[in-house]
Design a binder for this molecule. Structure first.
Ligand SMILES: [Zn+2]
Length: 259
């Protein structure tokens, strides 16, 4: 599981190679890797990023107006270790990576076992927001999309957490959907580890449920309504008539995981 953060800014200035970093340019990405990170690692990151740039875009047909070429390439910053990552970038302590989706920048540090899910997760954040537009979106939606893709294309890390969710639902200890819908990034940072985990698993489970019930094509309609300016609740109602509000979605979502 990747706990990643949507985020806000960094101490690194745009469009220059940061001091102590090397640069690797490719078709849709520029990778900056700090001294101490091997070139092989940076190359692996590059290959996975290029591959999933296509996969994620294709998954929900998220056509973009402007390709990520030349000055529009995304940037990946790899610090040499966790300490340097926390020092150089403004990411949360509990995160393995974070992303500035407007600037198309991903910040991370080497972790051989996790760099694939980390990249899939962060790239989904950027590609999803690029499609639906910046606006004021519910955080669970961003995290639900990112964890869904991470789960699907890595090792099912979130599917394995569904037992935990089921228990929470049965004990009535889950976060209800209207409440979930209001959770901001700032609030998330004040939660206990367990509640953060619950937030991510719930976000994943809702996207998973909605796609499972309606199919990928109809899910695309939901994204299209979001893009056209509807908020989460009205986009849901427009795309899937039976869910007129979050409470109705919650009822069926609960039933799905209780069975
Ligand atoms: Zn995330």
């Amino acid at each position: 599981m990747v706990f990643s953060a949507l985020f806000t800014g960094s101490k690194i200035s745009a469009n220059t190679v940061p001091e102590g970093f090397k640069e690797l340019r490719c078709e849709h990405f520029v990778v900056y890797y700090e001294e101490g990170v091997s070139r092989e690692y940076a190359l692996e990151v590059k290959n996975i990023a290029e591959k999933f740039y296509r996969t994620i875009t294709g998954e929900f047909n998220l056509i973009r107006d402007k390709l990520w070429l030349w000055e529009n390439r995304a940037k990946i910053y790899i610090a040499k270790d966790k300490e340097s990552f926390l020092n150089k970038f403004k990411c949360s302590e509990w995160s393995a990576a974070c992303v500035d989706y407007k600037g198309k920048k991903i910040y991370t540090y080497p972790d051989d076992k996790r760099f694939k899910p980390v990249l899939i997760h962060e790239l989904t954040h950027i590609i999803f927001r690029e499609y639906v537009g910046p606006g004021n979106r519910a955080l669970w939606l961003d995290e639900g999309m990112a964890t869904y893709m991470e789960d699907k294309y890595d090792k099912g890390a979130y599917s394995r957490q569904l037992k935990f969710l089921k228990k929470k639902i049965n004990n009535n200890e889950y976060i209800n959907l209207p409440e979930l819908n209001d959770i901001t990034y700032k609030e998330l940072n004040t939660f206990s580890q367990e509640k953060v985990a619950l937030f991510y698993v719930e976000s994943f489970s809702i996207i998973y449920f909605v796609i499972k019930e309606n199919g990928r094509h109809n899910f695309w309609r939901f994204l299209y309504y979001l893009k056209s300016g509807k908020n989460t609740e009205s986009a849901l109602a427009a795309a899937f008539y039976r869910w007129k509000n979050l409470e109705e979605l919650e009822k069926q979502w609960k039933r799905f995981y209780q069975e």
